[in-house]
Design a protein around this ligand. Structure first.
Ligand code: DGL
Length: 263
């Protein structure tokens, strides 16, 4: 492995591009390969074994491309599969988990909400983290059923999204939460809509910036940080149609390459 090798990033689909953007902003010279496994999205309703097997497939694709590090830009894959990935592949992994800790540290109402997939909320890792930081704090967990397929289809606004978001935040509003944790890398794309539906005293937290920081720290620790300032190669692979990736990455069109590929 050397510093010019790419950082590999995968998600069940297009959502992890919210994490890629944070990583690219913090580490603009790093070469990156993003894998959108949209053909198998959503992961959130699949069994742990299925999520592990898809995560292994994605990891092996990225390792064939000589990635020096892998960012699992998917809460569902992280909470269900990252320990297996770390045991089986000799490359540093970074995962993303719902940001319960900062929400628990900052809450004044002692009540926080979490919107995530069924796979994340039912995982052992999520329960461990949640128990570790939320003594005396009430957590309202809500499964964001139906949101990922809409985002995968490029639908980020409109009546269907608003109706689902209203339904999902109501129990949180009833519980007087002052923080809503977005526990799925697809959901940051819904922040503009969410903000219109909640009072201004509620803070929305997602983990993207923290994951980017962690990526930098781990690259430094392994002496893998790219110190070269040449224009990076920013590749995106999807096993579905490229339209939604193009939409979400429209601000980067002149700098990125998107390819459809079977994997
Ligand atoms: N983006 C994913 C996550 O962070 C997965 C959503 C899904 O495929 O269900 O959980």
């Amino acid at each position: 492995m050397n510093t010019l090798d790419p950082i590999g990033i995968f998600d069940s689909g297009v959502g992890g591009t919210s994490i890629w953007k944070e990583i690219h902003q913090l580490l603009p010279f790093e070469n990156t390969i993003y894998l959108a496994d949209s053909k198998h999205a959503p992961y959130g309703n699949k069994s742990r074994d299925e999520i592990i097997s898809l995560s292994r497939k994605n990891t092996e694709f990225l390792l064939r491309k000589e990635c020096k590090m892998i960012v699992v830009a998917c809460n569902t894959a992280t909470t269900n599969a990252i320990s297996v990935l770390r045991e089986n592949y000799d490359v540093p992994f970074i995962g993303i988990e719902p940001a319960i800790k900062p929400a628990a540290l900052q809450t004044h109402s002692n009540s926080i909400g979490i919107l995530a997939t069924k796979g994340t909320l039912s995982s052992h890792l999520f329960h461990l983290t949640s128990q570790a930081f939320t003594d005396n704090i009430s957590i309202t967990e809500v499964i964001g059923k139906g949101l990922v397929p809409l985002i995968e289809a490029g639908i980020l606004d409109g009546p269907e999204i608003i109706q689902l978001l209203k339904k999902y935040i109501q129990p949180m509003l009833d519980a007087r939460v002052d923080h809503i944790v977005l526990g799925c890398s697809h959901y940051p794309y819904l922040i503009p809509q969410l903000e219109k539906l909640i009072p201004p005293n509620i803070t929305i937290i997602d983990s993207g910036a923290a994951v980017a920081q962690q990526t930098k720290i781990l690259l430094e620790k392994h002496n893998l940080l790219n110190t070269d300032d040449r224009v990076p190669l920013l590749q995106f692979f999807t096993n579905s149609e490229i339209d939604t990736l193009q939409l979400l990455l429209r601000d980067y069109t002149d700098r990125i390459v998107i390819e459809e590929r079977e994997f």
